[in-house]
Write a protein that binds this ligand. Structure first.
Ligand SMILES: *Cc1c(COP(=O)(O)O)cnc(C)c1O
Length: 223
């Protein structure tokens, strides 16, 4: 199936007027990205700052406007390069990183929208703050003037059968509700970023309003 057909299928499966679809373009070419943009994609997700920086000028040169989401682990020494481009950084998982983003955004006169990445799977993924610490970190981030916390992101454990991760999504939605209920000043808690190719439909059923889909749009990645 073509990229456009894949996108059309996702749009049949979820209501993209209510759920934001971020096309994960890591390891895919600029021409594939342009195809996706032509088929209606308005936000792309990259894992690595370097790759985002490399592709950005080509997308600009093609005259295309798209939101760039940084979804991979961000090292503090890459913050200076990431902030000027990123519409939303999904992967904030420490106070130290948040402070670094705040400094850079302040210099640029920008408010940087971020999500808190939470590690719900503990064993499997290396990144993300643990569930029990998430609200503490959220409060710390809300103190930063040039950062705006906009919600939560997680990567569920990989599974062939998405039903097995439904409880993880349920628990994560619970945390999202608790975070909203805190009513922290200086925040705008609106995005629950969960769901990838294998599990996005279950994630949306459990309250995700932002899904990050790569393989389901572009096919498998060549490394
Ligand atoms: C690669 C990646 C995705 C997309 O994964 P697919 O299974 O290809 O849809 C989503 N989120 C993050 C953080 C990723 O690194």
């Amino acid at each position: 199936m073509s990229i456009a057909q894949n996108i059309a299928e996702i749009k049949r499966n979820i209501d993209t007027t209510k759920v934001k679809l971020v096309a994960v373009t890591k390891n895919h070419s600029v021409s594939a990205m342009l195809e996706a943009i032509a088929a209606g994609i308005t936000a792309v997700g990259e894992n690595r700052v370097q790759e985002m920086l490399a592709k950005h000028p080509d997308i600009q040169a093609a005259g295309k406007q798209v939101e760039w989401h940084l979804i991979g682990h961000l090292q503090t020494n890459k913050v200076r390069q990431a902030v000027p481009l990123a519409a939303l950084i999904h992967s904030v998982d420490s106070q130290r990183l948040a402070i670094e983003i705040d400094k850079t955004a302040g210099k640029l006169g920008k408010r940087q929208d971020v999500l808190l990445q939470v590690n719900v799977a503990d064993e499997e993924s290396k990144f993300g703050i643990e569930l029990g610490q998430a609200l503490v970190l959220a409060k710390q981030i809300s103190q930063l003037e040039h950062v705006r916390l906009c919600g939560l992101m997680t990567i569920a454990p990989y599974t062939e059968n998405a039903e097995t991760v439904r409880p993880v999504f349920k628990e994560f939605y619970q945390l999202f509700s608790e975070l909203k209920a805190l009513n922290l000043t200086n925040t705008d808690i609106k995005w629950l970023s969960m769901g990838m190719t294998n599990d996005y439909m279950v994630a949306v059923e459990e309250g995700a309003n932002l899904v990050r889909i790569g393989t389901g749009i572009f096919g498998s990645r060549q490394y």
